[in-house]
Design a protein around this ligand. Sequence first.
Ligand SMILES: Cc1cc2nc3c(=O)[nH]c(=O)nc-3n(C[C@H](O)[C@H](O)[C@H](O)COP(=O)(O)O)c2cc1C
Length: 371
Amino acid sequence: MTTATSNTAPGTGPAGGKPVRQTDYDPMTTPYGVNENDFPWGGPADEQAAFLLRYAILAPSTHNTQPWKFALVPGGIEVFADYSRRMPVVDPGNRELLMSVGAAIFTLRVAAEWFGMECRVTYSHSGDSERPLAVASIARREPPAQGDEAIASLFGPIVRRHTNRHPFLYSRVPEAILRRIRGLEIGGQASAAVSTDGSVNSQVSELVAAADRMQLADPQFRSELAEWIRPNWTQKSDGITGAALGMNNVASALGSWTTRVVDTGSLRAAKDRNLCAQAPVLVVLESEDSVPHWLACGELLQHLLLVVTREGLHHSYFNMPVQVPDLRVRLRALCGLSAWPQILLRIGFSLTEPSKTPRRSVEEVLSGPVI
Ligand SMILES: Cc1cc2nc3c(=O)[nH]c(=O)nc-3n(C[C@H](O)[C@H](O)[C@H](O)COP(=O)(O)O)c2cc1C
């Protein structure tokens, strides 16, 4: 066993599949070009496990911080939170950070299932940042046995899923899809509530607008947000491009600066109120507040997003009232939830394709002992 730093020789060994030289790596396109035909069928287990990570890194994360790290160990992958990427103002308890890690874990499960592997995930509750949050044991099914086809069917949407902040069509979402969403849950720890009730959604939109005004009036909130906004031509491998937020090239060049210095709370509140009130469907993910519940909620989030992407639907987030404690209490009451709201989403159809966001390479997020 050898020890690798977080910068294992780019594109070799643990990245799996065809070598990708760092100079060739474009954070906006390379990660989405992952090709299932490159799976190293005849390669060693660690190379196969590393290939699965090429899908896990496409998971959504709060502000595209990608707050995850992985280590290849005999029999599987250890999953860590990268607390150096936390957002202390908007996410002081690391709730969204841990949901992001949960989303990456679910993506790993789907990829493993697709390539005929059994993936068992054990969460660790230690709370020690040096220890893994979860261990994914990965083994080939021998002889090849029937896996979980429903999970494997979510593989295709992994590369197609993007957050879409554009207006959605008014078209109704088929009831069968809503039933499917309501039926999703992760180990009884997290579940999804769906609202198509215009009156409820309109009241929720007022909470979203109130949260926008409160948050954007706070210079510390704006500074933190600004750190993760990138121009459209960025070569950085994290953060959100202006294009993904609906900005043209010129606006995106100034996006970080204007976010830092100008309180756009009223404008943003008006825009979000409309988008939220007019959304064909709002979905609230709910769970108790604890590390394993947040991980489970992140898994549920990615499960739901891959299902809706597979069905040709789009999604975006209105988490602002979940991030403001008083408004979170009101949102819980308004939606009649039995646990705490963790994520507020809208889903619907859109004719506008969303922009991609960059990703760090697998080599950048692999650390710790490598076989
Ligand atoms: C836990 C979590 C919270 C998020 N909260 C918001 C949010 O409040 N507003 C928003 O516009 N996007 C939110 N996002 C979406 C991220 O910004 C998005 O996933 C990231 O920029 C990567 O882009 P992609 O989803 O298109 O791959 C959230 C994502 C996660 C996983």
